[in-house]
Design a protein around this ligand. Sequence first.
Ligand SMILES: *Cc1c(COP(=O)(O)O)cnc(C)c1O
Length: 355
Amino acid sequence: MRPKASPRSEVALLPGYHSPQLDVEVKLNTNESPEPPPEAFLTELADAVRRIDPHRYPERDARALRHALAEHHGVRPDQVFCANGSNEVLQCLLLAYGGPGRSAIVFEPTYALHSHIARLTGTVVVEGARDEAFAVDPANAVALSVTHDPAMVFLCSPNNPTGNAERHEVVEEIATSASGLVIVDEAYAQFAPFSAASLLGSCPDLVVVRTFSKTWSMAALRLGYLLAHPDVVVACERVALPYHLDALKQLAGVIALAHAEEMNERVSRLVEQRGRLEAGLSELDVDLWPSDANFICFRPRRHAALTVWRGLVERSILIRDISGFPHLDGCLRVTVGTPAENDRFLAALSDVLSS
Ligand SMILES: *Cc1c(COP(=O)(O)O)cnc(C)c1O
């Protein structure tokens, strides 16, 4: 027997969001850091576990973590809101500012969770386009804002899955002219030349969303945050569940920030490897787009994306098939790995493309 109850229509119609996980030797499909966090971070985290009182609720306002993040970014603690991964930050923003009768603009192709969570909250999704280099045209963005009067506009810089960062002036123009919140998802900001955080002082509707999942080698710990005007922080606190941020995660964030230098060294190593991967790919029978992130979007010229993806899986290498994304026919996305992983990927790809 099955339940008589059925979920809301928005939920019933949505496929869940899943990046396929397979047991392979080389995992280059979810843009994680290929390196674990620094050894000292792990030792300090293990010691911190003993300082937690498991029978007490965690500190509700995550004060120490918010102070540490505020200091790291040169903002005030009341401009910081933390959650379980940046996906929960996005969900809180949509719960507070989206909903029935409100709309959100996304520029496809982009991170699928923006429209996915918007739809789950009953927010109308308006899709804008990008140019051939996958950049957002500010005139187009402003025109869409005038027509739809959105509660929020989503930018993603660098954009997942295409890899390009938005230009500073573009973010500024959209952030100063939009009627609602302008949310810049900066999951990969440390790899890019510019962060919208520098515009927070002059654009009160700007929200910058960050995560510890990628650069900070902490995907398993689920920690993300936003930087914004204190009013936005208050709105997010109203919709977040009480005590949503567990005690261990709060400590992990504070400890990680004390190791920013080693985290930045990881970023430099990945940027160097990204250059090597780009050089290797440009010698193969594929078109690729320049990347400001830790992944590269490319398109085999003479092979179907799925054929190449399968050929790599047969060689125990997993990348992301993004050919089903809007405007990305035939495209694949590879995460920058360790030097050995990148070599293996390039050799296997060359092999697959010549068969
Ligand atoms: C990976 C990614 C995230 C990360 O989400 P978390 O919930 O913080 O792990 C957010 N935004 C974009 C664009 C991403 O690619």
